[in-house]
Design a protein around this ligand. Sequence first.
Ligand code: NAQ
Length: 254
Amino acid sequence: MGLANKTIVFVAGLGCIGKDTCKALVKRNVKNLIILDRLDKPEIIDEIKKVNPKTNVTYQSYDVMAPVSESCKTLAKIFAKYKKVDVLVNGAGILDDHAIEKTIAINFTGLVNTTTAIMPFWDIRNGGPGGSLCNIGSVTGFNAIYQVPVYSASKAAVVSFTQSLAKLSKITGVKAYTVNPGITATSLVQSFNSWLDVEPCVAQKLLEHPTQTTEQCAESFAKAIERDENGALWKMDLGTLEPIKWDIYWDSHI
Ligand code: NAQ
């Protein structure tokens, strides 16, 4: 999909990967970029706006842990104003395996809720136009960092949920795919808790291995959104964008 003239809602567009991806998107002449984030950082919004003043960049405070009814209200306002949203990016995430319930609430339930809230506006069964859902998973959703099993499982859940939605596309008209970063130099991975402190030096050990920059990740991210491939599992690692082939071990036959 060419991104010029598209309207994109980006949940967590002010984080480290989010910010650089927003910049990569406005460089591609997106028409409207609506950033929803718990963070309120007007200086980052200004930075993104400066990259391409032709893109209309706006911000709204948004907490993915709020009840789904709140997400519905936020999205209703957005659709009332912009009429059409082409892409929803779900990117909120935390990494702290001491905070078990919060990890599931932000990384998984929040993403499911925001997705559920946008469906009535997009679903072709309601006469909607369809749309594209881009969910940020993680390479840990394919193969866990086993010292952070809660975080890794939350990302595996994102991958699984999104694969189901891709299969439901025939019914809903909504495409879905995941973008899965490898280790990217952001504040998220600088220092974090392992589950039950099984590895107190987990961040330090992880960062002994090669990482990618947020700019590299952002470029792959924007390319994946342009590709707009239903069901794609994109690995964005070490500056590359690569499709992952998922083996099938069982089939429901329905
Ligand atoms: P950063 O902490 O900068 O961004 C997190 C974003 O989530 C921020 O915008 C924050 O405000 C938002 N957020 C958190 N809680 C929220 C809430 N309740 N409501 C609304 N927004 C909320 O971290 P980042 O590294 O830029 O992470 C962005 C996304 O990429 C996250 O989903 C993260 O899980 C994912 N990711 C990051 C990395 C990495 O290396 N930085 C990786 C994969 C996926 C492989 C690697 C890992 O999985 C970490 C081990």
